[in-house]
Design a protein around this ligand. Structure first.
Ligand SMILES: Nc1ncnc2c1ncn2[C@@H]1O[C@H](COP(=O)(O)OP(=O)(O)OP(=O)(O)O)[C@@H](O)[C@H]1O
Ligand SMILES: [Mg+2]
Length: 234
């Protein structure tokens, strides 16, 4: 469904990604692990059109995304949940969800999408008239995911959804991620929490200093010395 080929991305003179290549199969969850500064967010921002690659290609269902604007990429059904759950704090929960459905592909399905999001996250329904800024960290993460779901995405890309959450909430977020997968939505999931992440995904890769250093199925990653030592504390 998504194919990344020899991607090179930088900020001015600083190069952040070097020859990154991988594929995400339809219906699967692909994990991208890696330490701070590895280039994980850069990779996701390039896929959703916020950054332009210097070289390489990104194909979504065989069509190149390179050169498209973020809103065109959203229209194709790629939704991005940014790092640090950026909800609009002065809008209510429901208004935040509406913002997620402004794309043409999503607009006419708004009511049905909202019902689906509220079914997935009952807590958001209870809080629908509350200002998003007054939600807890875990609730804001749910809202950020719910807002992305309002696009009716085919591919959902998530940037460290567990960041800053207590362990019980992390488990909760991953439970929702598994429910979303059951709806047939493909995901690209950036995480530093390897143990929780690999319990949920089928395949993954490790990005270090802008390069993929390990790539494989969940079993291959769990067997990898590097993953065991650096990410699982074995
Ligand atoms: N706007 C920017 N201008 C210049 N350099 C940047 C910019 N954003 C990121 N970088 C650099 O690019 C590299 C990769 O950053 P990126 O945010 O993609 O890492 P990350 O893997 O998401 O890290 P983290 O786990 O801390 O979120 C880092 O060296 C970072 O300093
Ligand atoms: Mg990041």
């Amino acid at each position: 469904m998504l194919e990344i080929r020899d991607l090179e991305v930088g900020y001015g003179d600083i190069q952040a990604l070097f020859g990154v290549s991988f594929m995400v199969e339809e219906g699967s969850i692909m994990a991208v692990l890696g330490p701070n500064g590895a280039g994980k967010s850069t990779l996701l921002k390039t896929i959703s059109g916020l950054l332009r690659p210097k070289a390489g290609e990104i194909l979504f269902e065989g069509k190149p995304l390179t050169g498209l604007h973020p809103y065109d990429i959203a229209e194709l059904g790629i939704a991005h949940v940014p790092e640090g759950r950026r909800v609009f704090p002065s809008l209510t929960v429901e208004e935040n969800l509406i913002v997620g459905s402004v794309a043409k592909r999503a607009r006419q399905h708004r009511a049905a999408s909202m019902a689906e999001v509220y079914e997935l996250f009952p807590r958001l329904k209870e809080r629908r008239t509350q200002g998003a800024g007054s939600l807890s960290g875990g609730e804001q993460q749910m809202l950020a995911i719910g807002r992305a779901m309002m696009l009716r995405p085919r591919l959902l890309i998530l940037d460290e959804p567990s960041l800053g959450l207590a362990p019980i909430l992390v488990e909760n977020v991953f439970e929702k991620i598994r429910e979303i997968r059951q709806k047939g939505i493909t995901m690209l999931l950036v995480e530093q929490n390897a143990a929780v992440c690999l319990a949920t995904t089928q395949e993954g890769c490790v990005l270090e200093q802008g390069r993929i250093v390990v790539r494989g199925t969940r079993e291959q990653l769990l067997d990898s010395r590097l993953v065991q030592e650096a990410y699982l504390g074995v």
